[in-house]
Design a binder for this molecule. Sequence first.
Ligand code: GLN
Length: 282
Amino acid sequence: MNYKELYEQGKNTLADARIEEAALDARLLLEAVCGTDRNTLLVHADRPVSAEEEKAYLERIARRAERIPLQYITGVQDFMGLEFTVNESVLIPRQDTEILVEEVLGNLHDGMTVCDMCTGSGCILISLLQYSNDCEGTGADLSEKALAVARSNAGRLLRNPGAAQFVHSDLFESVDGRFDIVVSNPPYIATKEIETLMPEVRDHEPRMALDGTEDGLFFYRRIVNDCKRNLKKGGMLFFEIGYDQGEAVKTLMEQAGFLAVEVKKDYGGLDRVVFGTLGFEA
Ligand code: GLN
């Protein structure tokens, strides 16, 4: 078979399995397997593929047809211009979360310290450290398997890998020190909504990275209060939120003593980020 024939077969298999982006996913998997890019595939459509490449490709197509997310098959996801390693122990970094990172970066000055609560792949902390100067940070997660992914991402991606440390912690329980900034993209989907999500997310992404319990707000309630022992007075707390949680999380932060609390929208016009400053009275 040549590139074109193999790609057509992959695309048809994915289309039959009702994968939404069948053509795109078939192409990306072919690029990943053959270690090539779109232009090469187009220009050399009639180039023969080896038996190993064909086997490796069709295996991956079969897994994608079972609704395993593309990124768990290729093992990577771009985020903030960096290529993160991912596996089924971590949430796949989302483009929406880049809005959160951009918002924090606007307030992260040279030499500051930052804590990323529920760090997962480490994508938030690692991007913040990579795009700032002389900052240090701690990423915390309850999942040891997620921490292993985060540590390997930091080791591979950071100019100064020593700037990031990762701790196994139930929220702030095992986190030491006081930070200038606390940031979190915690699990925020209400339990009953999880069943309505697409199978890729519902059946393959870590449930503990999604489930925000009954109303989805469990982690916000805990973090707004528990962070106070690890956040400097006058320091800032940043959250990613679900589109309908802006007002609720803003109120929780105000009740916990945060000032100047603001809700920011994503590029889709939906509420996505809430942040505020810890008052000296809090
Ligand atoms: N902080 C990680 C991310 O934004 C993981 C978030 C989570 O597990 N809920 O991708």
